[in-house]
Ligand binder design. Sequence first.
Ligand code: ZN
Length: 165
Amino acid sequence: MVKPLSPTEIRLSFVNASQGEAERIPLPGLHEALWEEREYLGWRDPQSRQRGYLVYWKGDTPVGLVLRASDSALRSGIPAMCSLCRISQPSDQVTLFSAPRAGQAGRDGNTIGTYICDDLSCSHLIRILPPRSDMQPPPEEILAGRTEGLVARVDSFASDVMRTV
Ligand SMILES: [Zn+2]
């Protein structure tokens, strides 16, 4: 779960966008956000479908990433896996996003790409749990493991974006 984010916190959180860009980002309906069921806040830009945004709490600091979806679709019919939540899904629900690196590297066109759930809703996906059974750990344990993994991978991806070489 994440602490609620205010619109100001979100706008100031973007590490790989200029201030002007950050001010133009359309924010999602925050009153509808289920904070207790989110590891990060993710949304696609309704005005520019190529763009997506991801904001999470790195300790006490909100960190936001601007992402751009690639045009090339994955081969359909094969299962694909989001690199953040690691849940397998039909390939048309996983998209290659690239994030400009923070700072000068990003302004020079340097990006980092990774496959992420097309609608940036990993938090929703990891909560679809198998029914309780003797064959596997209890659902709450599965969810705890998925949550931990998702948070760690979001943090690692964001750290890569922020790393200045
Ligand atoms: Zn995902």
